[in-house]
Design a protein around this ligand. Structure first.
Ligand code: BUP
Length: 469
């Protein structure tokens, strides 16, 4: 009947990036009046994840909570989040009783992309429409979609370059996520299987919008990338859910940087942060410090490295890492913070005029929403593809020659980019008027998209309406 409220199960995967899109979508659906059951695979890997899930349930008491109790599994020695993907994927058999136990009966399931290939047989056996949350850009979704045929063509060897049909983009082998070159790598195996399973899904939610990726979205939805793909539903830029717990965590140390930001001229500050998972090699950190000094720009720098986590005082750390006298030379021009700021708040601050970032997709979307130019310094994963998207649409720039030594996770590796070079390029980028114009245009489109009647807003509404609500 036309009056029943649809009921959707949302199943997130491991790691904050994967969790974020599910949590935000669950909150959005609930605020549109959709009934939501959030199914958490437990135990989770990190404290940040358990805090976020607890926050979701306390802020949205109408969202129901179920646990998927994971089966024990002897996984290979890989990244703990990748390992957790595998553990959850192998617990798919526990899903059926959960999905059938809820009342009213489910109208659809929304599952994280990393789990799709083992979960879709279960949801489809129950005749449940199955939607996917995809955590990166549309260009990465296109890569996922073509990957099964790319792997077939490459045999057991590394991948040379990937042409994305219908978009006219060729991704050099060195730009795609490094583990994809090794067909035996667990990530590559999962990526391949999930890429194949995409064709069985009923739709894919993605945190992007037209000013960033209109062409790629159109090509995906026209069947020009891979025929038979389900609808790709752009819902970005997703607004962060401001939970109490998250606010409390970010409040530590806020007074100092917030007061400093308030005192800076409009658009003058370069914000520097490389996400949760990318630790700068120690020597590169020092060169970046020199570069920021030489750039002459004002800067707010979130220093995130393994070393920082063990230190109590950012001042001690600076002396150690950046050399004697660094703070004195930089003076009031620079603010260095340890570990965590409320990035949304920083990017929304009128003093901020640029963002030096690893180009993690959440950071890209958050900067685009605020009209802040993003200068990409991608390390690994999907970050080069994201940096390409940023450059193409005018959301920022990418200095392609800037690499990272080794994995981007080691601390003792030698720098690949000198402070001199960093300073020079940052000064140019901060002064680029055409970039400021294009990011202002992108911001307008972002606000239109998520506002009432906008494309992203309406996409969520028509998804709910399509479920019979
Ligand atoms: Br650092 C930092 N405060 O100080 P990405 C990050 N964030 O709120 P990821 C803060 O973390 P990979 C800080 O707003 C964004 O939502 C930021 O997500 C927030 O990178 C998130 O940019 C970072 O997608 O690494 O997930 O850390 O690219 O490897 O997935």
């Amino acid at each position: 009947g036309g009056l029943t409220v649809p009921h959707v199960a949302v199943i997130p995967s491991a790691g904050m990036g994967h969790l974020s899109i599910s949590v935000r979508l669950a909150a959005t659906l609930a605020s549109h009046g959709c009934l939501v059951t959030f199914i958490t695979p437990r135990p989770v890997v990190s404290d940040a994840e358990s805090r976020t899930i607890a926050d979701l349930h306390s802020s949205y008491p109408q969202i129901r909570s179920l646990d998927l109790r994971l089966l024990p599994f002897d996984a290979p020695d890989v990244d703990p989040f990748l390992r957790q993907f595998e553990v959850i994927r192998r617990s798919a058999s526990l899903l059926q009783p959960l999905l059938t136990s809820v009342t009213p009966p489910l109208s659809a399931v929304i599952v994280d992309i990393s789990l799709l290939s083992t979960f879709v047989p279960v949801t489809k056996a129950l005749r449940l429409p199955t939607y996917v949350t995809f955590i990166s850009c549309a260009m990465m979704l296109a890569l996922l979609a073509v990957f099964p045929s790319v792997r077939k063509a490459a045999g057991d060897g590394p991948i040379a370059a990937v042409d994305i049909p219908g978009v006219g983009t060729s991704l050099p082998g060195s730009w795609i996520p490094p583990p994809l070159h090794d067909p035996k790598h667990l990530f590559a195996i999962q990526f391949l299987e999930n890429g194949e399973a995409l064709l069985q899904a009923d739709g894919v939610f993605i945190n992007t919008f037209s000013a960033l990726e209109a062409e790629t979205l159109a090509a995906l939805n026209a069947g020009n990338v891979v025929p038979g793909l389900p609808p790709v539903i752009a819902i970005g830029p997703q607004q962060p859910v401001k939970f109490e717990g998250a606010k409390r965590a970010a409040a530590a140390g806020r007074d100092e940087w917030a007061a400093w930001l308030d005192a800076q001229p409009p658009g003058s500050v370069l914000y520097v942060a490389f996400g949760n998972r990318t630790a700068l090699p120690r020597e590169q950190l020092r060169e970046l410090g020199l570069g920021l000094e030489k750039s002459g720009c004002r800067f707010l720098w979130v220093v995130k490295s393994k070393i920082v986590d063990r230190e109590d005082d950012a001042g001690v750390l600076l002396e150690d890492l950046l050399g004697e006298g660094y703070r004195e030379r930089v003076g009031e021009r620079g603010m260095v913070v340890k570990s965590w700021v409320d990035q949304e708040e920083v990017l929304a601050h009128p003093s901020v005029g640029g963002f030096l970032s690893h180009a993690g997709w959440n950071s890209v979307a958050e900067a685009a929403l605020q009209g802040i130019c993003l200068f990409g310094w991608p390390a690994g994963g999907d970050q080069r593809v994201a940096a390409l998207v940023v450059e193409k649409c005018g959301a920022g720039a990418w200095v392609k020659e800037w690499g990272w030594s080794g994995s981007g996770r080691g601390l003792e590796e030698t720098p690949t980019v000198s402070g001199e070079e960093i300073g020079k390029r940052l000064r140019e980028l901060m002064g680029d008027a055409s970039l400021r114009e294009s990011t202002a245009r992108i911001r307008k489109d972002a606000l239109r998209s998520v506002g009432v009647g906008g494309k992203s807003y309406e996409a969520v509404r028509s998804f709910i309406a399509g479920l019979g609500g």
